[in-house]
Design a protein around this ligand. Structure first.
Ligand SMILES: C[S@@+](CC[C@H](N)C(=O)[O-])C[C@H]1O[C@@H](n2cnc3c(N)ncnc32)[C@H](O)[C@@H]1O
Length: 181
């Protein structure tokens, strides 16, 4: 099961860090990539590219011109469309159904007000608690549950650096065949 993210209404002035963090969380927690709708912001692409180069994997970030076309195309491709919203159904109530369907997923996270049409086009409107919080937290918990906590031991191909977990201190190893400077 592959999960892609659609980040809606990115505003380059306000959302640079938050959108970048959505990408970092998406990558670290097992999503394949993130589509961004809103202001085109090369800095977001660059930050994620740099992380991929050092820490491995091929997580993509791509800007899209139409969120509606992406949702419709993803539906045609057989993906489940899941909108994360505090107004939705609690994730535990539908998690088993989503996991056992084993369909690829497009998960939507907003920044400012998300239009009603997104709710109507989505197969599921899912809440991570019914209180307002953050797209970064909502995405992290969604991916953690969908992939059953796999972020704890996920390996990234072609990584140049790898952390060796320590009780105290920091240990990073440079992997073989890596030209990381
Ligand atoms: C800061 S919120 C703004 C939401 C906006 N006020 C609205 O009415 O759509 C940004 C995004 O965080 C996510 N989010 C925030 N709280 C959530 C919750 N309790 N459950 C699921 N997603 C949540 C949603 O994807 C939302 O679009």
């Amino acid at each position: 099961m592959k999960v892609e993210i659609l980040r809606l209404f990115h505003r380059s002035k306000r959302d640079k860090r938050v959108t970048t963090h959505c990408g970092l969380v998406g990558r670290a927690f097992g999503a394949s990539g993130m589509y961004v709708y809103g202001d085109r912001d090369e800095k977001v692409l660059l930050s994620i590219k740099k992380v991929n180069e050092k820490w491995g994997g091929d997580f993509f970030v791509e800007f899209v011109d139409s969120w509606k076309d992406l949702i419709k195309k993803s539906k045609e491709d057989g993906k489940s469309i899941i909108n994360l919203t505090m107004y939705g159904i609690p994730l535990p109530e539908v998690l088993e159904e989503i996991q056992s369907a084993n369909k690829d997923i497009l998960v939507i996270i907003g920044s400012e007000k998300v239009p009603l049409e997104v709710y109507l086009l989505s197969d599921y409107n899912i809440s991570i608690g019914n209180q307002p919080h953050s797209e970064i937290a909502a995405l992290a918990i969604f991916l953690d549950r969908i992939f059953n906590g796999s972020e704890f031991y996920r390996e990234f191909k072609d990584a140049k650096l790898k952390i060796v977990p320590q009780e105290k201190g920091k240990k990073i190893i440079q992997l073989k065949n890596s030209d990381f400077k």
